[in-house]
Design a protein around this ligand. Structure first.
Ligand SMILES: Cc1cc2nc3c(=O)[nH]c(=O)nc-3n(C[C@H](O)[C@H](O)[C@H](O)COP(=O)(O)OP(=O)(O)OC[C@H]3O[C@@H](n4cnc5c(N)ncnc54)[C@H](O)[C@@H]3O)c2cc1C
Length: 384
């Protein structure tokens, strides 16, 4: 029997392999990755400094251990360049591989800001273990790091690097942190918490260029202001990797389009994780990919199963002001109701009919499992 081939050994690829092996111990499974195949939890990349962990310290399992655990042929350092859907064959560098069923677990790429200046090579981003190792090496012995972007990843790194002993500046063109996730009062609480830790914010202007300045850099903002630092970390968002699928003629929107069975426009090709757009939803988080992996494992084992997404609040790892948020899609009719005292905020987003559609908790309410659970129970499912 031709193998199931999974492209990607991130959380999506490995979780699917583990779930599949619980149901089918026999069918040949091949995993391909262009990285080194170590098993790691990507959310840990933005908490490593406070824990004093290098890249090896964050890795949870070697590729040898993973081969043993999921009983699969795992090939590392292999890039898939094209998919021939008629021949059901993958084009690798100088090689081809046949598949019976194909799963795309390709992840997402970081957005690269379009910057001027001669210091662009000093702008790094962290989206996998290898990036993390490179960033740590570049930051060794340095003092001041400028982060571009005050979203989830930018705020988490600001907290982590600040705790790890760095002076941190954050540039965020929108006038507040986490603008797409939180109402204003909750953003204010998070900024207050991070400021108390020593983080400096530059709101309202974007980064125009990065210039070399001796051993360090100068970041130029759109208002002409210049900020001096040693290193720049870009954290302005992620974009699902879709080009491999698009080039193969698969339907692509914001992500690789799949139905509730995680199947693309080709019945033998499936997708999950950061690269996938599941029934119109692109959710770049761990809980949705776990739900997708469980459902797809059953489908691949012969029991066609539609994925369900319950409400899945996201915990933002900013211990200076903890956050739990169940975001509301932009343009959703309704309004926030906010109770706040200092950095403790409980904000509920209700529809005009009074239905709870989302919430944002910061400070003490975010640390209360009971509050989070009670609110989550009241939310409608994301995909019921
Ligand atoms: C710093 C950071 C913090 C985060 N914190 C949280 C959090 O607290 N909570 C949360 O829910 N989510 C968080 N996330 C998001 C979460 O980590 C991701 O949703 C998840 O890890 C995505 O897993 P994935 O397997 O889809 O993608 P990836 O882990 O990116 O894996 C993609 C895989 O595809 C392979 N690949 C891609 N293209 C090819 C090709 N052409 N050929 C061969 N191999 C290929 C890559 O080598 C890799 O193995 C965070 C993300 C980041 C960056």
């Amino acid at each position: 029997m031709k193998p199931i081939v999974i492209i990607g050994t991130g959380l999506a690829g490995y979780t699917l392999a583990k779930e599949f092996r619980k149901l089918d111990a026999e069918r040949p499974l091949v995993l391909l990755t262009c990285d080194d195949g170590r098993n790691y939890s990507k959310p840990m990349l933005s908490t490593g400094y406070a824990k004093g962990k290098d890249a090896d310290g964050l890795a949870m399992g070697s590729v040898e251990q993973m081969r043993e655990q999921v009983k699969a042929d795992i090939r590392t350092g292999v890039r898939v360049n094209a998919i021939d859907r008629t021949a059901k064959t993958l084009m690798l560098d100088g090689d081809t591989l046949e598949y019976g069923e194909l799963v795309l677990a390709l992840g997402a790429d970081v957005f690269r800001p379009d910057l001027g200046g001669d210091g662009v090579a000093r702008v790094l981003s962290v989206n996998d273990l290898d990036d993390y190792a490179k960033f740590r090496a570049a930051a060794m012995g340095k003092k001041k790091i400028i982060i571009i972007g005050g979203g989830l990843i930018g705020c988490e790194f600001a907290n982590d690097l600040s705790t790890g002993g760095y002076q941190v500046d954050v540039v965020e063109p929108v006038g507040r942190v986490l603008p797409s996730l939180l109402p204003e009062r909750a953003s204010e609480a998070v900024a207050n918490g991070l400021s108390a830790l020593g983080v400096t914010f530059h709101f309202g202007h974007s980064v125009k260029g990065v210039w070399e300045k001796g051993d360090g850099v100068e970041v130029e903002l759109s208002n002409g202001e210049r900020i001096a630092g040693d290193l720049v970390l870009s954290a302005i968002g992620l974009r699902p990797r879709t080009s491999l699928a698009a080039d193969a003629g698969l339907e692509v929107g914001r992500g690789i389009k799949v139905n509730r069975f995680l199947t693309t426009s080709d019945a033998n090709v499936h997708a999950l994780g950061d690269c996938a757009e599941v029934d119109g939803k692109v959710l770049l988080y761990v809980l949705p990919l776990m739900a997708a992996a469980r459902a797809l494992a059953k489908t691949l084992a012969g029991d066609a199963t539609a994925v369900q997404y319950p409400a899945m609040p996201v915990q933002i790892k900013t211990p200076a002001c903890p956050v739990v948020v169940s975001p509301v899609a932009p343009g959703t009719p309704g309004a926030w109701e906010v109770e706040a005292e200092g950095n403790d905020v409980k904000a509920l987003f209700r529809s005009p009919a009074g239905e709870l559609l989302g919430f944002a908790l910061t400070g003490a309410p975010a640390g209360s499992g009971a509050v989070k659970m009670e609110l989550t129970k009241q939310l409608p499912p994301i995909l019921g």
